[in-house]
Design a protein around this ligand. Sequence first.
Ligand SMILES: [Zn+2]
Length: 160
Amino acid sequence: MTRNKPGPKMKPKTIEKILSRTRQESECRIWLGAMHVQGYGMTRHKGKMRTVHSVVAELKYGIEAPGRYSGKRVTRTCNNIACVNPDHITIVRAGSINEGKNYVRGRFSADEIRAIRKEYDSYKVKYGMVKYLAEKYNCSVPLMSSITRRQIYKRVKDET
Ligand SMILES: [Zn+2]
């Protein structure tokens, strides 16, 4: 199929090219292109609209970005939703700490639960954030909603 042949309009995206559309903000590189309503960067990649951080992960690791149920997820080590710094973007195994045990209900470690709640609580505008976190942590929206509302994982106490 000629469709998949890289033509002049389908130059392969590189990390350098992505970073050329960012501005530096301390250690982070903030995306200046299109933004999703929830705050993360969006770009066209291989003919599809994608989150920029998933494209960066794909280029950085040289693999297709993990899908929702692949058991892996793209995550950021900083708290900047629009950051696309490859040094801040990693792929981790979902639920790696509770591996094998209660995959759906017990898939998150206590540290992950604390991190999720801390991130959620830090948002001034909560609208859309449960969905965003569900995508980030590769779980369903109802599950994420129960986590942020502290209806499950009740034994995980917030850090004081
Ligand atoms: Zn960052």
